[in-house]
Design a protein around this ligand. Structure first.
Ligand code: HEM
Length: 410
């Protein structure tokens, strides 16, 4: 068995959690309150019909990690891991440590400690299950949703296998980078012996708005990004385009209330972009740089008349009307990872994240963009992954229970 006893202690259900919280490093927060006071305390509830971190108003910071499962792990180990992760995530989203930090002088503290004294910062932790998890290792092959497959090769792909794929993923978003980092670090620690980090990505600025209450941010090309995104308030559009309802062919019952996540690490060729005239930049995107309005309009939210935009402009090619109605909930972040040693250029860009009811919606849009988008002169897709995002956990439950809870009773 891979999980350590101490790691499991942090996930031993409400009793174990309460006991751990009672001793030593208690931060004195009422763990049951999820009323209006939560907003003031910057808590996004972990439990719910859907996982948090999808229709949640996008936070400012991201720490994303893809994990591979160690050889020899069994289905019940995987179940224990997801239960432990959910318990820890629930604690961290309310600003509590994953376990005691001062109970045992001779052992490493259960929580690494760097979030002590910080607010919960609207932390959300979203878990995903990759296609490879549904092979023969865990007896899950007959539960794999038909739509959960590795993405096909797409036009313009220059993917690095070391930044792609993963059996599991964790998306931690928060308004404080240290809170997001702490979440992934402690989950990786709890999973030691069961999973290893395959790759990870820090994001420093949101590149989308997912609520009408949010201002539209700008991406590293300096354009407003998120204007025409699906928004949390569009509940019927989310029901149609994001949440798996279980009533379409190939949608398994265990994924009802869930969705699919696609991640793409997209490098921007910033030096080239910065030498491009304003006019060319605007023709490339199909919107004005300062206002974010469609070309020829003044208001950011003016209706996009796609046939008046350049045929190869990004928004024209990405719009649902060009793609048989395919719509995505975009929730990406800007990144920079220093200089590309080989080329001496900034390694920076957009860590694109989108949630959709079927990865086919992403594939359709990206086929269109990868083949025709004027933006391709300035970007390179270098990392990729797709995961099924199970529904949210109810109180006392855990993410993945609808899949693995049933499995253990067979
Ligand atoms: C570095 C790469 C990218 C940049 C800089 C970028 C930038 C933008 C900008 C500035 C907008 C207009 C504002 C808005 O409506 O949000 C936009 C819209 C959009 N983008 Fe991208 N984007 C990138 C990659 C992608 C990818 C990979 C996809 C999907 C495969 C995508 C899908 C969309 C969609 C669906 C829209 C909204 C179109 C509409 O309905 O008007 N973008 N993007």
């Amino acid at each position: 068995m891979a999980l350590t006893r101490r790691a499991l202690l942090t996930s031993a259900g409400a009793g174990g959690l309460a006991a751990a919280a009672g001793a030593g490093f208690a931060v004195g927060r009422d763990e049951r309150s999820d009323d209006g006071a939560d907003a003031a305390r910057q808590i996004v509830p972990f439990h719910g019909v859907h996982q948090a971190g999808i229709a949640t108003a996008a936070q400012d910071r991201l720490h994303f990690a893809a994990f591979d499962v160690e050889d020899g792990l069994r289905a019940d180990d995987l179940r224990d891991l997801l239960r432990a992760w959910s318990g820890a995530a629930e604690r961290m989203t309310t600003g509590r440590p994953v376990g005691d930090v001062a109970d045992e002088p001779l052992a490493p503290p259960l929580d690494t400690g760097e979030a002590m004294g910080l607010t919960p910062a609207r932390l959300t932790v979203t878990f995903g299950l990759g296609p490879a998890l549904f092979d023969e290792r865990f007896g899950l092959a007959d539960r794999r949703p038909a739509a959960l497959r590795d993405l096909p090769a797409l036009p313009g792909d220059e993917l690095d296998a070391g930044r792609s794929g993963g059996d599991l993923c964790v998306q931690a978003c928060a308004d404080d980078p240290q809170v997001a980092f702490h979440a992934v670090r402690n989950l990786a620690r709890i999973g030691r012996g069961a999973v290893t980090v395959r790759w990870s990505q820090l994001g420093f600025g949101r590149t989308s708005s997912t609520s009408r209450a949010q201002a539209t941010p700008r991406n590293l090309m300096g354009f407003k990004d998120g204007t025409a995104n699906l928004k949390a308030e569009d509940t019927s559009a989310l029901a149609r385009h994001v949440w798996v309802a279980g009533d379409r062919a190939g949608e398994p019952a265990w994924l009802r209330g869930g969705t699919y996540l696609v991640a793409r690490r997209i490098r921007m060729l910033i030096e080239v972009w910065d030498r491009t005239s304003l006019d060319d930049q605007e023709q490339t995107i199909g919107r004005h740089k300062a206002s974010g309005a469609p070309l020829g309009a003044h208001d950011e939210f003016a209706r996009l008349k796609v046939d008046r935009l350049p045929a190869d402009s990004h928004v024209r090619l990405a719009a649902p009307s060009t793609n048989h109605g395919a719509a995505l909930l975009r929730r990406g972040y800007s990144f920079t990872d220093g200089l590309d040693d080989r080329l001496g250029q900034l390694d920076a860009g957009l860590f694109f994240l989108s949630f959709q009811r079927d990865p086919e919606a992403f594939i359709r849009v990206q086929r269109q963009l990868g083949a025709n988008d004027a933006l391709n002169e300035y970007i390179k897709h270098v990392g990729s992954g797709v995961w099924a995002i199970p529904p949210g956990a109810r109180r006392g439950g855990w993410v993945g229970q609808t899949l693995l809870g049933a499995l253990s009773r067979r």
